[in-house]
Design a protein around this ligand. Sequence first.
Ligand code: GDP
Length: 295
Amino acid sequence: MFDNLSDKLDKAFHILKGHGKITEVNVADTLKEVRRALLDADVNFKIAKDFTTRVKEKAIGEDVLTTLQPGQLMVKIVKDELTELMGGDVAGVNLSGNPSVILMSGLQGSGKTTFSGKLANFLKTKKNKKPLLVACDIYRPAAINQLHVVGDQIGVEVYSEPENKNPVEIAQNAIKHAKANGYNVVIVDTAGRLAVDEEMMTEIANVHKAIEPQETLFVVDSMTGQDAVNTAKAFNDRLNFDGVVLTKLDGDTRGGAAISIKSVVNKPIKFIGTGEKMEAIDVFYPSRMADRILG
Ligand code: GDP
């Protein structure tokens, strides 16, 4: 995370107190700090550069509000831009279907299964929904078991067909089961691979096409830095997903992935995962994330 960027900016601009304008020269040094901090946080070089250019344009010539110190104004400009870059407003999930189908995508280990459980628990306890979890991983029996363990923990039924090797069929049968049994949300956990491969992409694209989910979420480990951006792009190209889930933000992660992913695929980050427990889920607030990044 950034080392007190706010403090650094404040110090850099303290000298300007009492002056009416922030000048180009004063801004340049500070923007170097901002750019370094963004790069440290794993933000892509071009994105960091574009970002500081925009902040510079805003800052130069802007009147320093009498009630604020120049440094604080600068922090505000940086924070507003960061918030904007990460999506501005909070984005929700589309629950308009009956049942609403949510398809989870992402690499193995990204936290898909854990998040599927967290989301089911969140919708059940906070939104009064009756969710059904669906295990669509036909390669790893352990993955099906894992989802059953999660389902037991939160008291949510898990639909699986361990003998069936056709994920499209499993997903379609699960939706029929949901309709017949009064479930109003169906969360489909799909198989993940360690890296993007054509077979996996075709498989999930087929499931996507067959079940037409209201919401397709892409789950990504926030600790994977630049790789997270490439993976997001590959999945978005095939699925045109609706939102991103950023997991493992409780770890020693810098959060720069949030900025890069949003800039590259232009899809909102909807949720964050902040731990292994079922309660460790949060709606993504761009302004909170900007605060966190600024330290
Ligand atoms: P999947 O292969 O994408 O289904 O990933 P899993 O749900 O099995 O998660 C992989 C590992 O990451 C497991 O050990 C999870 O407990 C862990 N995990 C998932 N989400 C989080 C999170 O938000 N924070 C932390 N610290 N660990 C997480």
